[in-house]
Design a protein around this ligand. Structure first.
Ligand code: ZN
Ligand code: ZN
Length: 418
């Protein structure tokens, strides 16, 4: 037997319904903020991610699916999608289009991570990017929008973490201070951190090793190093969130270690997921477009939701979201009734009713199946019913049965659906 590749999985019904639900909600919310979908290729030139995500990151150095194409080009399955969206923005001169570019995407990403519960090598993200403004009002609106998506998916009890990582100038002063402070304690830190002290001290703040935490907690906060414009920007983001009554916790350790990340960073964590509890992350990346070859500055901010984790949280909070939604299960008795039923089913389906037909088997089996499927109603169609123009309609929840005309049938069914 051939099985799905390690780290990948099949998403089957009924779980796929939760995926559809979450995606529908996200689309509706993002469209109401006037975002449009962008679909970029699943593989790109490897150099895009090396430059756009960062050569030193775990993603690029250890986790990418990189392969040589038949013509020798180095290609990579996308490990994330901000780099791809910005590449597309530059390639298609979207900076020439009037107004902000507000783009969303959803789809699979690929990282060769160590297999563990809830982590997949093919995983899905729902994300968005806004390109063309430095305004803190944009940051607050993006955060408001992701909160809206989570809330309308039916999640609560999540927590928004917020920080500012400053700009090139003030962050450089902070990193210099960090380097100095870390020099004295580096030998007490974990192996990875000892390397980070040399390559990218900011990344020490991301360390999850328990033994390192007291040392890291004692390090200075980046917020004490923000320059005046960065301080004003961060205060404005918080004020805009306060205006909306959106709760957050300022978390100075929430940093992104790459040069083009600037100012606002945020993350949402949810208790239901245990230690690996981040549902989404995002931040401002004002220098990214230029580092990928844009001539004009194109400040932007974006986020990506880990859809696998979001779905897991929604499943835990609302086990009923799996529910099947067959409105009517038709049980025809005999060949003539089947022909009649198929025409009836077509008409009902065109009006948005979900109809299932028992193509084979006896009436008793058909009604059992209707019950197992969770259908709301079953309709018994036999030659007598066709002749008299009245079908036997059974309410599967109450067990009540009534004879209904065709008009009454559509009334009952459309009444539920419209
Ligand atoms: Zn600054
Ligand atoms: Zn460490």
């Amino acid at each position: 037997m051939i099985r799905a590749v390690k780290g990948t999985r099949d998403i089957l019904p009924p779980a796929s319904r939760v995926w559809n639900h979450v995606e529908d909600v996200a689309r509706r919310v993002m469209q109401s903020y006037h975002y449009s979908e962008i679909r970029t290729p699943i593989f790109e030139e490897t150099s895009l991610f090396a430059r756009g995500v960062g050569e030193e990151t775990d993603i690029v150095s250890k986790e990418m699916y990189t392969f040589e194409d038949r013509d020798g080009a180095s290609l990579t399955l996308r490990p994330e999608n901000t780099a791809g969206v910005i590449r597309s923005f530059i390639e298609h001169r979207l900076d020439q289009v009037p107004g902000l570019q507000k783009l969303y995407y959803m789809g699979p990403m690929f990282r060769r991570e160590r297999p563990q519960k809830g982590r997949y090598r093919q995983f899905s993200q729902i994300g968005a990017e806004v390109i063309g403004s430095e305004s803190p009002a944009v940051d607050a609106e993006v955060i408001e929008m992701v909160i809206e998506i989570l809330t309308r998916c039916g999640l609560d009890g999540f927590q928004l973490l917020l920080n500012s990582v400053g700009c090139k100038e003030c962050r450089a002063r902070y990193v210099a201070e960090l380097r100095e402070r870390l020099a004295g304690v580096a030998n007490r830190l974990c192996h990875d951190c000892q390397r980070r002290v040399q390559t990218n001290p900011l990344r020490v703040l991301d360390c999850k090793i328990p033994e390192d935490q007291p040392i890291i907690d004692a390090l200075p906060s980046i917020l004490d190093f923000l320059c005046e414009p960065c301080g004003i920007h961060f205060a404005a983001v918080r004020a805009y969130l306060n205006d909306r009554g959106i709760q957050y916790e300022v978390k100075p350790r929430l940093v992104r270690g790459l040069d083009y990340y600037m100012r606002t960073t945020f993350e949402v964590v949810h208790g239901a997921l245990g230690a690996q509890n981040s549902v989404l992350g995002g931040g401002r990346y004002d220098g990214l477009a230029q580092s990928l070859g844009s001539k004009a500055p194109a400040p932007g901010i974006g986020f990506s939701i880990g859809e696998d984790r979001l779905v897991m949280s929604v499943e835990e909070a609302h086990p009923d979201r799996h529910k099947d939604t067959v409105d009517l299960f038709i049980a025809p008795m005999g060949g003539n009734a089947l022909r009649h039923s198929t025409v009836l089913a077509r008409e009902l389906r065109r009006n948005g009713v979900c109809v299932e037909i028992a193509f084979e088997g006896k009436l008793k089996r058909a009604l059992e199946l209707a019950n197992k499927t969770g259908a709301r109603y079953a309709l018994i169609v036999g030659d007598n019913e066709i002749q008299s123009g009245a079908y036997a309609l059974k309410n599967m929840a109450t067990g009540e049965q009534e004879n209904v005309s065709r008009e009454r049938l559509t009334e009952v069914l459309y009444g539920r659906n419209h």
